[in-house]
Each structure stands twice: as structure tokens, then as C-alpha cells.
Design a binder for this molecule. Structure first.
Ligand SMILES: NC(=O)c1ccc[n+]([C@@H]2O[C@H](COP(=O)([O-])OP(=O)(O)OC[C@H]3O[C@@H](n4cnc5c(N)ncnc54)[C@H](O)[C@@H]3O)[C@@H](O)[C@H]2O)c1
Length: 354
């Protein structure tokens, strides 16, 4: 089997994670880097792969089978549209678009092209998330009733030297970090019906929010809370507790996701399963066990899945539609915070299509 030749478009923080994964992968190899910055060109020279300043030049050269788009949010839709038009499968980083209007245009391009799109909500490829999903699907906690999810971390001020990260339309912990938690909540509970949100930029004083919270009500059943800040100290964030990206973040012994069902509770990332003996209730001690899983590099797993998607052997685990729905939930939380009232996801959907 010949290696699939992959381009990485945008060789910044996450682009380099994809490049590292590609350099270790079997069946896929890094063939090109596309990035207008001199650093991108240096990286292409370092790894001795083709360098292009833009996607048009990449496509003219016909040197890749597929591409990973890891450039800033406002470039996602034009770059994705260009690649899909050329029939190239893509792994598109989240958020899939800069605005919901752009996201709708992307959905049209995806439908017209009939080329697979995998969205970079990488956590779903983590074996620990797969173990949690399997346990929930197998009824280990019964029907889900509630969840609480935290995302607290202290980003340094120079993180915001990159202009897009302090733009309220492109940056902020809701779009950058918590959108992955929203994806997991949708993965476990199903679609979200409405949200009540609050947000603040008071701690850091930038235009973009640094802190937010939301109450999420699910279509089928269940209610969850989400609390996040990138200007507060604590280990209670997936990034800092899951060990998913050891090259970037230390791993702490902290629990960030609590899922309670009618018959049991499950915490993540420690995968503790809590349940009563038959007939038990709150006055009885709960039994605790730990779900088993084999730790694997999440980004490598995502890449291996992308390989099967490119070869037509699997459908994308995280679709463009998932990426757009996650964006809608973020938009609903922001609208709710601004308007001081609960917002239905359907309202956001109607506004973006009308
Ligand atoms: N899934 C994840 O774990 C994860 C983590 C971080 C970032 N992201 C997402 O990945 C994207 C990039 O984030 P980042 O933190 O790596 O950003 P970054 O600013 O560190 O890197 C972006 C890179 O894209 C390059 N670039 C700019 N315009 C370009 C263009 N038109 N074509 C090609 N390259 C271009 C820049 O020169 C830079 O090297 C964002 O959409 C972000 O939300 C995802």
C-alpha cells in the first residue's frame, strides 16, 4: 500500500502537532506544508517536503492526496472550498468556519463536492472517550440525567500576541477550548435544545471573553452545566487532566467531566464508575470501579482514521454537520449571554439559514 501524501495547511501550534503525528504515521506521510509565513517555509526545509505559500500553488503542483487545514478560523471556508473543488478529502480544524453564514456556505460546498470531510474534534478518537461512550451506550449509568463540565486554565498574556486569539469572533475559550467539551456533551447526550449563557471579559480586559458559563438543556432528556475560563488557575480542564497532548501540557490528577445517569455516575478523565447495589439510594455507600482502556495518542488515532476516510474505508467519525452544530451551540451561548435570556439552538439555525 503506497502512503497517502498529505499537506498540512497552517504550520502553527496545532499544525505542528499534525506534522509530528504525520511524521510517525504509517500509511500516510507529510508531503507538503502550506503557510505564508517564513516559519512555514523553514519547517518545510527542515522536513524536506514541498513548500507552498498558498493552496492554489499546492493544487497546481498536484503533489498531495488530501490535506489537513490548521490555519486561522477565517481561512477555513475559502481553503476548504478550494480543496473540495479539487476533490481532495480534508481534515478541517475546528471551528469549521468563522461565522455561521460561512459555515452554511461550507455545508453547500461539502454537499456539492461529495468529498469526505473530517472535523478536528480530536477527543472523540481518544480511547478513553470511546470507553466512556461504549459504557454509556451499554447502559452502565442508565439514561443520562445531568452533567457538569469544567474548563479552567491560565493562559499567559503572550498567547494573545497572535491577533486572531483576541478577536471576539475568532478567539476566546468558548470557541477555542469549550467547543470540544460541547462536542463531547453532544456525543454523549445527543442534540442540545436550548442554552442559558453568561460571559465576561473582566479578568483579562480584552475584547474577547475570558470566562463563561452555560446551562444546556438536551432535546431528548438531561441538563448540563459548563463553566470555563482561560484566565483562572486550576487543573480542571481536559487539556490539563487528560494527558492527551503531553508535548504541550502536563497531566494533572483532576476530574473535569461528571456524568450522572439514573443508575450510575461516570467521571472523566479518570473513568470512575459509581453505582448503588440493587435498591440502594443516597444513604447507602456507592460502589466504585474504573473502566479499562488502552491509552493511545489521540492525534495519531485521528490521523489513522483520516487515512481510512481518504481511502473510502470509513465515514468520518466527526462530520462537517457536527462541526457546524458545535459552532451553533457556542453562538447560542454568546447570544444568550448578550441578551440575558435562554436561546434555542433552532433559533440560531433559522438565523444562519435565513
Ligand atoms: N483540535 C485542536 O486541538 C486545536 C488546537 C489548537 C488550535 N486548533 C485550531 O486550529 C487552527 C489554528 O490554530 P493555531 O493555534 O495552531 O494557530 P496559529 O496562529 O498558531 O497557527 C496558524 C498558522 O496558519 C498560518 N496561516 C495564516 N494564514 C494562512 C493561510 N491563508 N494559509 C495557510 N496558512 C496560513 C499562520 O502563518 C500560522 O503559522 C484554529 O482554527 C484553531 O481553532 C485546534
Amino acid at each position: 500500500m503506497t502512503d497517502l501524501k498529505i499537506a498540512v495547511i497552517g504550520a502553527g501550534v496545532i499544525g505542528r502537532t499534525h506534522i509530528d503525528a504525520l511524521r510517525k504515521a504509517t500509511g500516510l506521510s507529510l508531503a507538503a506544508i502550506v503557510d505564508p509565513s517564513p516559519a512555514g517555509q523553514d519547517l518545510a526545509e527542515l522536513y524536506q517536503v514541498r513548500y507552498f505559500a498558498d493552496v492554489a500553488a499546492l493544487l497546481t503542483a498536484r503533489v498531495v492526496d488530501a490535506a489537513i487545514i490548521a490555519s486561522p478560523n477565517d481561512t477555513h471556508v475559502p481553503i476548504a472550498t478550494e480543496l473540495l473543488g479539487a476533490g481532495k478529502p480534508i481534515l478541517l480544524e475546528k471551528p469549521v468556519a468563522n461565522t455561521l453564514g460561512d459555515a452554511a456556505a461550507l455545508a453547500g460546498a461539502v454537499a456539492r463536492a461529495d468529498v469526505p470531510v473530517l472535523v478536528g474534534h480530536h477527543r472523540r478518537h481518544n480511547p478513553l472517550i470511546k470507553a466512556a461512550k461504549q459504557a454509556i451506550s451499554d447502559g452502565a449509568v442508565g439514561p443520562l440525567v445531568m452533567a457538569t463540565v469544567t474548563c479552567a486554565m491560565l493562559k499567559p498574556m503572550d498567547y494573545f500576541d497572535v491577533a486572531w486569539r483576541q478577536d471576539p469572533n475568532q478567539g476566546g475559550p468558548l470557541l477555542i477550548n469549550a467547543i470540544h467539551d460541547i462536542d463531547l456533551l453532544r456525543h454523549f447526550f445527543g442534540e442540545i435544545y436550548s442554552v442559558q449563557g453568561a460571559s465576561s471579559n473582566a479578568t483579562r480586559g480584552l475584547a474577547v471573553e475570558d470566562t463563561a458559563a452555560a446551562i444546556l438543556t438536551f432535546e431528548d432528556s438531561g441538563i448540563a452545566t459548563l463553566a470555563l475560563s482561560d484566565a483562572a488557575t486550576g487543573p480542571w480542564a481536559w487539556e490539563l487532566s487528560s494527558g492527551e497532548n503531553p508535548g504541550r501540557f502536563p497531566k494533572h490528577d483532576a476530574v473535569t467531566h461528571l456524568y450522572a445517569g439514573r443508575d450510575g455516575g461516570l467521571s472523566l478523565p479518570d473513568l470512575s464508575l459509581w453505582s448503588h447495589k440493587a435498591g440502594g439510594n443516597w444513604v447507602h455507600e456507592l460502589d466504585r470501579s474504573t473502566l479499562k482502556f488502552s491509552a493511545l495518542d489521540t492525534y495519531a488515532e485521528q490521523l489513522a482514521h483520516f487515512g481510512t476516510v481518504i481511502r473510502g474505508e470509513a465515514a468520518p467519525l466527526v462530520t462537517c454537520d457536527d462541526g457546524i452544530r458545535n459552532m451553533m451551540v457556542v453562538a447560542a451561548i454568546k447570544a444568550s449571554a448578550q441578551q440575558g435570556k435562554s436561546i434555542r439552538i433552532a433559533e440560531i439555525c433559522e438565523q444562519s439559514s435565513g
